[in-house]
Design a protein around this ligand. Structure first.
Ligand code: NAP
Length: 286
């Protein structure tokens, strides 16, 4: 039976690892803050003492970490992934990072005889809990095929996008669009409310036509209640916009609208909304 590891049990990692354990897979978990492992161990997961031990002991190890700095630290740091990888064992990093970080990790893992796949996800806390994420994978195709059984428990769709870096790019494109849509919704709502319109009716009109989408519907209702319970932390949305702008810079693609969106999210982060849901950007717009 394939042995799976899981590193990083935040909002997403916890839900994704839970689905693997519930599916009856053998899973070893590790998190920087050990207390977050407890519910998974109670469900039947094994405790891991370090990324090195997990990667050395498991056939395929998944990671779901906050940002490029965290993904690099877990890979290159003391008792990190690199000190345990080898012999064809797989490392699948599902964190949202930039393409350069993904390539650096891929190179180091493969130099030590491991296999590497980047596999960031589209979808938030609820799809992670429901096992309905969209998994964007690139890198070692044999590892992609070997990971499908686990992907099927975490997501409703998985795509193979070719060379490492392409999945990171796809993920940044998706979140660039999402960040811009959120700011557009918040500005439209703020303007409408100031103009004496009814917020529910604004959402009803948007939902009735070509602009209908699940995000406006779900987040729009919560905005009106000023309910920003964290599903996707605002600090991570701003990180993704920063990374998208860096990619635009590297590829010579101007991103005027995204730059303005990013400034709005930076302001929201600076004003104390970093840990709230990304929809809390409404607080600095209205
Ligand atoms: P989160 O709740 O903030 O969890 C972050 C995880 O990274 C935690 O396990 C945290 O450990 C760990 N971590 C951070 N810095 C670390 C370090 N230096 N060393 C070791 N571990 C470190 O974030 P999340 O919402 O689960 O998101 C995880 C990734 O998925 C991010 O890249 C995010 O952009 C992406 N993503 C999120 C969503 C979403 O809706 N939430 C959707 C799609 C993609 P501790 O518990 O010790 O802090």
């Amino acid at each position: 039976m394939t042995k799976y590891g899981f590193l990083g049990l935040g909002i997403m990692g916890n839900a994704m690892a839970t689905n693997l354990v519930r599916a009856g897979f053998e899973v070893t978990v590790w998190n920087r803050t050990p207390a977050k492992c407890t519910p998974l161990i109670e469900l039947g997961a094994h405790p891991g003492s370090s990324p090195r031990e997990v990667v050395a002991d498991c056939d395929i190890t998944f990671a779901m970490l906050s940002d490029p700095a965290a993904a690099s630290e877990i890979c290159f740091g003391p008792n990190g992934v690199l000190s345990g990888i080898g012999d064809g064992r797989g490392y699948v990093d599902m964190s949202t990072v930039d393409d350069t970080t993904a390539r650096n990790i891929m190179q180091a893992v493969t130099e030590r005889g491991g296999r590497f796949l980047e596999a960031p996800v589209s979808g938030t806390k609820k799809p992670a809990e429901d096992g309905t994420l969209i998994i964007l994978a690139a890198g070692d195709e044999t590892l992609y095929k070997d990971s499908v059984a686990a992907f099927d428990k975490m997501g409703k769709k998985h795509m193979y996008l070719g060379e490492v870096g392409q999945a990171a790019r796809m993920k940044l494109v998706v979140n660039l669009v999402m960040g811009g849509m959120m700011v557009a919704l918040c500005e439209g709502m703020a303007l409408g409310l100031k103009g004496g319109l009814n917020g529910q009716q604004i959402l009803e009109v948007l939902d009735a036509g070509a602009l209908a989408n699940p995000m406006f519907k779900g987040k729009g209702a919560l905005l009106l209640q000023k309910e920003f319970h964290t599903s996707f932390p605002l600090k991570h949305m701003q990180k993704d916009l920063r990374l998208a702008i860096g990619l635009g810079d590297a590829l010579g693609q101007p991103l005027h609208g995204t730059a303005a969106t990013n400034e709005t999210f930076i302001r929201a982060r600076a004003e104390g909304h970093a840990e709230e849901d990304f929809s809390a950007v409404f607080e600095v717009i209205r």
